[in-house]
Design a protein around this ligand. Structure first.
Ligand code: F6P
Length: 363
């Protein structure tokens, strides 16, 4: 192996640069392999002049920096690529051109650092003969077959810190403070930050909620003398028989369209049915911007180094993953297209319920 290409696809995520750094350090310094950085996700393998050599020198000082030095794109799917000619937009399959580009760049392997959309594309490219390896990235923690994806820990930490701040206003003003967090169709960020931040109610996509039940919970608290409550709402949460507040983008590999409103919806109902003052905070993209925490820096570094090892061992078409304390790998095809949901009868949800957190389950 002489040269490896690296791209980052999908939404930015704390720890991306730490993965890139680990790949460069391990490949160049330990194994004498050159690294080609591909800019703006798969766009960099489609459009001209979007590659550059990454060296330990030009990728230094990035371990703690958020975002990705390579840039990213969540609309660039080579199998359904949007091309505008004379003002008209067409969708074309440019996957063979992408394969050709990896050859003309003389890449012996390609590392795709991405979420389910980017990894799904990587899996299809592998089927077409591209020697690819995947690294699971997302704050949502919804990628199958890895206990955790990098970025999740930082997002949970940020959301928890915000809950700590909301507690003081809730207490001082005797209010219900509702906080909406990201997570797409999985409630991992909501459950983890809700437990860490002392939420009274947590609403997640995996448990469609009974709105009466959450109001009753808040009123019961009030009766006991607790004059404030904290409600964490995942952006994908919906009431029983209610509509989703986020939509999957039409493009494969595209992110969810954030229509917003899951927190607003729950907040309005609580206000109208408890008579208690309610305020809603939607955290949005602050959850995934900025510096990765130590846990994510370590996981990113382990993933980056493991991806290079897979390539050296000729193990293509695989994704590095965390299983317990160990870094392992699984076939990309087993990950592609699936989503890891929060279990509702074991694990964190049950722990939360044991300490009285309400998920709006129908009684
Ligand atoms: O997948 C990460 C994520 O931040 C989701 O939590 C959220 O639904 C989505 O991306 C937002 O995407 P965009 O940045 O394209 O609005």
């Amino acid at each position: 192996v002489k040269k490896i290409g690296v791209l980052t696809g999908g939404g930015d995520c704390p720890g991306l640069n730490a993965v890139i750094r680990a790949i460069v350090k391990s490949a160049v310094q330990k194994h004498d392999i050159a690294i080609t950085g591909i800019e703006d996700g798969y766009d960099g393998l489609i459009l001209p002049n979007k590659t550059r050599e990454l060296t330990p020198f030009n990728s230094r000082g990035i371990l703690h920096v958020g975002g990705t030095i390579l840039g990213t794109s969540n609309r660039a799917n080579p199998f359904k690529y949007r091309i505008t000619v004379n003002g008209k937009t067409e969708i074309r399959d440019v996957s063979s051109e992408v394969i050709q580009k990896t050859k003309s760049l003389e890449l012996d392997a390609l590392i795709v650092i991405g979420g389910d959309g980017s990894l799904n594309i990587a899996s299809h490219l592998y089927d077409m003969g591209c020697p690819v390896v995947g690294v699971p990235k997302t704050i949502d923690n919804d990628i199958l077959f890895t206990d955790v994806s990098f970025g999740f820990s930082t997002a949970v930490q940020i959301a928890t810190e915000m809950l700590d701040r909301l507690h003081t206003t809730a207490e001082s003003h005797h209010r219900v403070m509702v906080m909406e967090v990201m997570g797409r169709y999985a409630g991992w960020i909501a459950v983890a930050s809700g437990i860490a931040g002392g939420a009274d109610v947590i609403l997640i996509p995996e448990i469609p909620y009974d709105k009466e039940e959450i109001c009753q919970k808040i009123l019961r608290r009030q009766k006991k003398g607790c004059r404030s409550s904290i409600v964490v709402v995942s952006e994908g949460a919906k009431e029983i028989d209610g509509a989703l507040c986020i939509l999957q983008s039409a493009e494969e590999g595209g992110s969810a369209e954030r229509l917003g409103g899951a927190g607003e919806k729950a907040g309005l109902y609580i206000k109208n049915n408890t008579g208690i003052d309610v305020r809603v905070t939607t955290l949005g993209h602050v959850q995934r911007g900025g510096t990765p925490n130590a846990t994510d820096r370590i996981l990113s570094t382990r993933f980056g180094a493991a991806a290079v090892k897979l390539i050296i061992n000729n193990q293509f078409g695989r994704m590095v993953c965390l299983k317990g304390q160990d870094i392992e790998s699984v076939p990309l095809s087993s990950v592609a297209g699936g989503q890891k949901k929060v279990p509702t009868e074991t694990g964190l949800v049950i722990t939360a319920e044991e300490i009285g957190v309400n998920f709006g389950r129908k009684a």
